[in-house]
Design a protein. Structure first.
Length: 521
């Protein structure tokens, strides 16, 4: 055990001795110097000693307290220094982290901005490429080839359906073609100097191409055009309807094939005459097309005018049904009134109906009498499986006016006018196939044989279409061995002639068998 220092052990003794000495001195001073009695002197000495003891104790306690405070202060200072060091270290780490976050954010934002710039540039380039492609796709005119004429039977003039029995609205007649214009149209049909155009039909309201409508035109010397109704009138008047139908079918097949190869899976509308429904050569081409290129069947939609549809007789309806069974669908064009039997149209295979915007607006204003409000027409057709196409939309104001009609398809100059089909699209690429031996014989029956109760007679093999026509090129491409010669034109029944139901049924069966035998040949 270590002994305490000498000063610490002697300090109390020295203090006591000092206090005792001071007390004695005070007592002696009071007794001798002041002449006070000795009890009073003793008390003064005691009081002095007590006071000095109190002062010493106070000083000693204060010294002890100062030492403890200093120790605590020193400890607090040490803790503060440690906290300060930790804060400095944390500030340094926070500064490094802030710099890292800023740098990472800058790099990320810069990378995203660069990607967006690249995507924007790609989209702009793609839009320009698509625009150029569309501009060049339908630019050139079709290459014509001369062909000899054929014959056209006239359809039976009998109204179809209750809608037709009421008759169309009175309308202004089309301007008659001059003899010179009719000659130009006939020559163009014979020589296939017909320009083929594609009119885009937009889906509303997004205005994306939903289908294309082909339009045949003949250019006059003054630069004007003869449109499809004029060509149909001339073709029917001069027995050239089969020639016109053959040209349209052969070239529309090429257009549809070209669009499908370019990834444009949209239907193509093709206008035909009534003669096409009783033409075994054209039916044979459709059968071969259905067997060879099935994907094209669902993309070809054949158009007929509303007047022609209302004039379909028993033979035309059977031909329509035979073509519908192959998978093809139909559309109504040249609508000039809104008395439409949509249910009957759907049952016959019709899926589209084209009406001009002016007709709908006139019906809305009451200028044209209708059986249905034009705002309800689109919904009525849709309930029966038909889609309404509003044509001749040239202004945005018309789109606004048609907004309440529920229109889903529209076409016109506002969305882009007709564009010519390039000649290379219509070029004949496949090589001719060899003809079958001449010894192959067959005996086709005419479509009117059963009605006249005449036994069919053996006939020589029917030739292919003229070798210089578009339909002949299509026949060679599809591998058709030989076609059936067009049936000669038959006179329409005289007014007031009544045909028996049995004769009509025999006529239908005869036509169906005739078309199918032609396809099988």
């Amino acid at each position: 055990m270590t002994s305490a220092p000498v000063t610490e052990r002697l300090e109390p003794i020295a203090i006591f001795a000092a206090i005792a000495g001071v007390s004695v001195a005070v007592a002696m001073t009071v007794w001798s110097g002041m002449g006070a009695p000795w009890p009073w002197a003793a008390l003064a000495g005691i009081a002095a000693s007590v006071g000095m003891l109190a002062v010493a104790a106070r000083l000693r306690r204060g010294a002890a307290l100062d030492g403890a405070d200093k120790a605590r202060i020193a400890a607090l200072e040490a803790e503060l220094a440690a906290v300060r060091e930790r804060l400095l270290a944390a500030e340094e780490r926070m500064g490094v982290l802030d710099n890292a976050i800023v740098e990472y954010s800058r790099k990320t934002v810069s990378a995203v901005a660069n990607e967006l710039d690249m995507v924007g540039a790609v989209v702009r380039d793609l839009a320009q490429a698509v625009a150029l492609h569309d501009a060049e796709l339908f630019k050139a005119e079709a290459e014509p080839e001369p062909t000899p004429p054929s014959f056209t039977p006239q359809p039976a003039q009998r109204p179809w359906g209750d809608a037709a029995s009421r008759g169309p609205e009175p309308r202004a007649p089309r301007p008659r073609l001059s003899p010179g214009e009719a000659d130009i149209a006939a020559k163009a049909i014979l020589q296939e100097h017909i320009e083929l155009y594609l009119q885009p039909v937009m889906g509303m309201p997004h205005r994306k191409v939903s289908l294309y409508e082909t339009r045949a035109r003949v250019r006059l010397p003054d630069g004007a055009f003869l449109e499809m109704p004029d060509l149909v009138a001339v073709a029917q008047a001069r027995d050239l309807a089969a020639r016109l139908d053959a040209f349209l079918l052969a070239n529309v097949v090429k257009v549809a094939r070209h669009l499908l190869a370019r990834g444009r899976d949209v239907p193509v509308l093709c206008a035909l005459t009534t003669r096409a429904l009783v033409d075994p050569t054209l039916y044979q081409a459709l059968v071969a097309l259905q067997a060879a290129e099935r994907p094209l069947v669902g993309r070809l939609v054949f158009q007929f005018s509303l007047d022609a549809v209302r004039g379909f007789g028993a033979l035309e309806l059977e031909g329509l049904e035979a073509i519908r069974e192959l998978g093809f669908r139909f559309a109504v064009r040249d609508v000039e009134d809104l008395r439409i039997d949509s249910r009957a149209l759907f049952e016959r295979g019709f899926r589209f109906l084209s009406a001009p915007a002016t007709l709908l607006l006139a019906a809305q204003s009451g200028a044209v009498s209708t059986d249905i409000h034009p705002a309800d027409l689109s919904g009525l057709l849709a309930r029966h499986g038909l889609a309404l196409i509003v044509e001749d939309v040239a202004l945005e104001e018309i789109v606004v006016d048609l907004g309440d009609f529920g229109v889903s398809l529209a076409s016109g100059e506002l969305f882009g006018g007709p564009r010519p089909v390039r000649s290379e699209v219509l070029a004949d690429k496949p090589a001719p196939r060899p003809e079958p031996p001449a010894s192959v014989q067959r005996q086709p029956a005419g479509p009117y044989a059963a009605a006249r109760q005449v036994e069919p007679q053996p006939t020589p093999p029917a030739p292919m279409p003229p070798p210089d026509t578009a339909l002949a090129a299509l026949a060679r491409e599809l591998g058709i061995a030989r076609g059936v010669s067009p049936t000669p034109q038959q006179p329409a029944p005289a007014p007031g002639t009544v045909q028996s139901t049995g004769a009509t049924d025999q006529m239908r069966q005869s036509l169906r068998a005739f078309l199918k035998r032609g396809a099988a040949g």
